[in-house]
Design a protein around this ligand. Structure first.
Ligand SMILES: Cc1cc2nc3c(=O)[nH]c(=O)nc-3n(C[C@H](O)[C@H](O)[C@H](O)COP(=O)(O)OP(=O)(O)OC[C@H]3O[C@@H](n4cnc5c(N)ncnc54)[C@H](O)[C@@H]3O)c2cc1C
Length: 364
């Protein structure tokens, strides 16, 4: 068996680590100069999104011997709307760094990989398919999946972010639900250290949102962040991502090609979390190749989670700022805290079941 992994990101590297455990040494093809060679940003893994698993990092190390260290375990999350705010406390998840940083999630995974990584690769999928018995498509976009008509795109997203300097608590993240600067989307702040954080707005590129001026929305967002956290932040770096595709593949495997990570549809449409599922899909593809299960079967719960998450997104998109104020007010309760902290209960599944009839016509 000759396995090529196209892309040395979360899914590709997790796949390589798992294959190696079963004695298969893949070759990894990465088009950048090194692992994580892109802008630096903060991301989080929120426990609530991964039910029934409560602690994603413990689960990955216990079950798959994949070891990851976060920047911080999240103990509190502030949620702000135009006129309200709430704080949710508990063991909510983990924050981590991505991109150009020695301890980024991908850099940590790369240190656990023994197989050869070819950097600056210009090999196409078709070329790899000719030379290898199996190809793992782990390119982090859905380009090939779309090209071969195996991808249903549900939305594309603009993400504008900055690295800011100030005083931060690594155990606390914040988010903003406010259509003035994140229409049908959200803003968030993730500390990277005690003195640095990443602030981002993310919103869907629907025609009605394209009329908005991104620079003006960003200015408003930055002012609101400074006001809400009571600091004069200094921007030291920034990035922008356009047309970031959220969707899902039709078939997780076609012939000897496996669609993993964002090619599978790892990003959950509701709040854009994709890291944990990307790693799982990499592991599952490797398990299939090693005779430990069928990729289609192993990924079935992930497909269901994607659909549930899409229902929640479509419902959230209907809320204006007044409704978001009400929603945020309701988050500030002991019941919500319990929901966040009870692992046996998957509230998103139930909420999406209830909301499905309301958004039925928006689910293509
Ligand atoms: C700004 C931003 C914020 C996010 N925040 C969060 C968050 O807070 N929580 C969360 O869970 N998720 C978040 N996500 C989503 C998450 O980052 C992705 O779902 C996850 O990284 C997908 O993993 P992947 O392995 O599919 O792709 P990646 O980890 O992106 O890896 C893809 C790799 O393939 C390489 N590649 C691309 N094309 C080729 C090619 N032709 N040949 C060879 N190699 C190629 C790339 O260079 C890259 O190294 C965020 C995404 C963005 C953009």
């Amino acid at each position: 068996m000759k396995v090529a992994i196209m892309g040395a990101g979360l899914a590709g590297l997790a796949c390589a680590i798992t294959l190696e455990k079963f004695g298969i040494e893949p070759i990894i093809f990465e088009d950048r100069e090194q692992v994580g060679d892109r802008f630096k940003n903060g991301e989080i893994i929120l426990s609530l999104m991964n039910r029934p698993v409560r602690d994603a990092l413990a689960y990955l190390s216990e079950n798959y011997e994949i070891f990851l260290s976060p920047i911080g375990n999240i103990k509190a999350m502030n949620v702000f709307s135009e006129n309200n705010q709430a704080t949710i406390e508990g063991q909510l998840g983990f924050s981590n760094i991505r991109g150009r940083h020695q301890d980024s999630m991908e850099a940590q995974l790369a240190r656990q990989v023994k197989s050869k990584i070819f950097f600056n690769s210009k090999f196409t999928y078709e070329e790899l398919l000719k030379d290898f018995t199996h190809v793992i498509l782990a390119t982090g976009d859905a380009a090939y999946a779309k090209e071969i008509q195996n991808f249903k795109e549900d939305l594309t997203v603009t993400l504008k972010g900055a690295i800011v300097e100030g005083n931060f608590n690594c155990f606390k993240v914040a988010s903003w639900l406010d259509s003035r600067f994140a229409p049908q989307g959200y803003g968030y702040m993730i500390p990277l250290s005690k003195t640095e954080a990443n602030i981002v707005i993310a919103y869907p590129e629907y025609p009605e949102n394209q009329k908005n001026n991104l620079e003006e929305m960003w200015k408003l967002y930055f002012q609101k962040v400074c006001k809400d956290i009571k600091q004069d932040l200094k921007i030291v770096d920034n990035f922008e991502v356009n047309k970031y595709i959220i969707g899902t593949c039709q078939y997780p495997r076609i012939g000897n090609t496996f669609f993993v990570g964002n090619n599978f549809g790892s990003i959950m449409p509701f709040l854009g979390f994709g890291q944990y599922v990307a790693i799982l899909t990499g592991i599952y593809a490797a398990m299939d190749l090693c005779g430990q299960g069928s990729y289609e079967e192993l990924t079935k719960p992930l497909k269901k989670a994607y659909t549930n998450s899409l229902v929640l997104r479509r419902a959230m998109e209907k809320l204006d700022n007044k409704a978001l104020d009400t929603l945020v007010k309701s988050l500030d309760s002991k019941i919500i805290e319990k929901v966040f902290n009870t692992s046996s209960f998957d509230p998103l599944r139930y909420v999406s079941y209830i909301l499905r009839p309301l958004v039925k016509n928006t689910l293509k």
